[in-house]
Design a protein around this ligand. Structure first.
Ligand code: 293
Ligand code: CA
Length: 160
């Protein structure tokens, strides 16, 4: 009846305002952790965070460490993401291995999920697969990419 409907809509209004309060708390908490992720050398682009621990290792070591942390090796999908990773390279003055390789098929660079890359930023003359041994990809201070041996040690940057 009308009284029940009235009670129902009052309950609903209370639930909505409770949710609005919880949402405001969540938004404030998220804003704080975005600052945490960006300090001192992380970068946030949209809903992706690019973070380094300062660790250096070979490609497989870095790949496993990002996975273990619940992320994956930084895999720039557009110029804005590439620029964010480039800024971390500049701050540390050390090239970084990306989550991209052509281990499976020479010359066909893929993300770690097996998809063929949809964005690239190769340095002039790259990839050159020097001595037939370059299946991983590093990003330089200038933001450009070079294929490089996966056994080299590079700075870790994970994306979350
Ligand atoms: C060759 C030619 C160089 C180039 C280098 C890298 C190695 O030595 O110009 O910088 O290969 O592609 O990954
Ligand atoms: Ca190369």
């Amino acid at each position: 009846n009308r009284y029940d409907k009235f009670k129902e809509s009052s309950l609903m209004k209370n639930q909505v305002s409770a949710l609005q309060g919880q949402l405001a708390v969540l938004q404030a908490t998220l804003a704080k952790y975005q600052k945490v992720a960006a300090f001192p050398s992380g970068r946030i682009v949209g809903n992706r965070a690019f973070v380094t621990s300062g660790y250096e290792g070979n490609f497989d070591d870095l790949r496993q460490r990002c996975l273990q942390a619940g992320g994956q090796l930084a895999s720039p999908r557009n110029a804005a993401e590439n620029a964010a990773i480039q800024q971390i390279v500049i701050l540390h003055n050390k090239p970084v291995f990306l989550g991209i390789n052509d281990i499976q098929t020479e010359g066909r660079f893929k993300y770690l999920n097996g998809e063929t890359i949809a964005y690239s930023n190769w340095q002039q003359g790259e990839p050159n697969n020097e001595k037939g041994r370059e299946n991983c990809v590093e990003i330089f201070v200038n933001g450009r990419w070079n294929d490089r041996s996966c056994g080299e040690k590079r700075l870790i940057v994970c994306e979350f």
